[in-house]
Write a protein that binds this ligand. Sequence first.
Ligand code: SF4
Length: 66
Amino acid sequence: MKVSVDRSLCYGSAECAHRAPAVFAFEDGYGVVRPGGADAAEDPRVREAVLEATEKCPSQAIVLTE
Ligand code: SF4
């Protein structure tokens, strides 16, 4: 699964970093995918957290592609 954050949509709520800290970090006021974050998302429990973070992102800034 590829994970990315559309910075033009992100308004910096930091929820992604709280929900899936293995994949997302909060830097300079934006949610970002950590280096290696996409690999971490292959773990089923982490993947579930990523799906939840994506669903709950208030600006729909998280983009998942298979
Ligand atoms: S949850 Fe969405 S809006 Fe909030 S920091 Fe993450 S990507 Fe940005």
